[in-house]
Design a binder for this molecule. Structure first.
Ligand SMILES: O=C(O)COP(=O)(O)O
Ligand SMILES: [Mg+2]
Length: 224
């Protein structure tokens, strides 16, 4: 068990929301427009987590480590951005257990923030569309600060905003970037087993706790 934190920062894609159906639809609409082959939803699932630009780069070359030529990248980026702005919240769903988990923490006085690598122009409308925006006192997106996860910067920024010591904060996420950012910030780290993490088992990253649903917080945090 972990002590109940004063502040919980929760990741978006793969933790609160299954955003891959919309991301896949937009990636494939973009690829069609560019005359390139479509990619599978399971490939897109592996590529999410380092921001939408990195997703587009990976999709263009069909490789998680790859980088497209500059002019293809420059043509693709605005096409994807326009598609995702218009179609980012049509097929995405809040994971089961999320509402209960957020209520559990809020009822116990835990302050809540969302920290994602998704760009702000997509993050806020998505949270709004799926009814989660009002749950969070602070949202830090992938382009809110000069650095994003796995940097500890967004986590430390949020801790300072709430004037809570990092040792009283927990990060809740699905990927190795969440674990690395939390460790470097001095937060505890709880991971969900159902998220993306680039197709790898998140247990390999040795988070403090792994849960199958945010509804399981009663088994994670010692009350009081
Ligand atoms: O890669 C993204 O765009 C977002 O990923 P995250 O919400 O899991 O940080
Ligand atoms: Mg994530």
């Amino acid at each position: 068990m972990l002590p109940l934190p004063e502040l919980a920062l929760i990741d978006l894609d793969g933790t609160l929301i299954d955003s891959v159906p919309d991301l896949t639809w937009c990636v494939n609409a973009m690829l069609r427009e560019l005359g390139l082959p479509e990619r599978s939803e399971s490939a897109v699932r592996r590529w999410v987590g380092n921001g939408v630009e990195r997703l587009v780069e990976r999709a263009l070359v069909d490789d998680i480590e790859g980088m497209p030529e500059a002019d293809l990248r420059a043509r693709a980026m605005p096409v994807f951005m326009e598609l995702y702005a218009a179609h980012g919240a049509e097929r995405s769903r809040v994971y089961p257990g999320v509402e209960d988990g957020l209520t559990y923490l809020a009822d116990r006085g835990v302050r809540l923030g969302c920290v994602t690598n998704k760009a702000e122009r997509f993050t806020l409308p998505l949270l709004e569309a799926l009814g989660l925006r009002a749950r969070f006192e602070l949202v830090v997106s992938g382009d809110s600060l000069p650095e994003r996860k796995p940097s500890p910067r967004p986590l430390l920024y949020a801790a300072e905003h709430f004037r809570v010591a990092p040792s009283a904060c927990t990060m809740i996420g699905d990927s190795r970037s969440d674990v690395a950012a939390a460790r470097a910030a001095g937060f505890t780290i709880v991971c969900v087993s159902y998220g993306y993490n680039h197709g790898k088992d998140i247990r390999d990253e040795r988070p403090d706790v792994v849960i199958d649903s945010l509804a399981d917080f009663a088994q994670v945090f010692a009350a009081g």
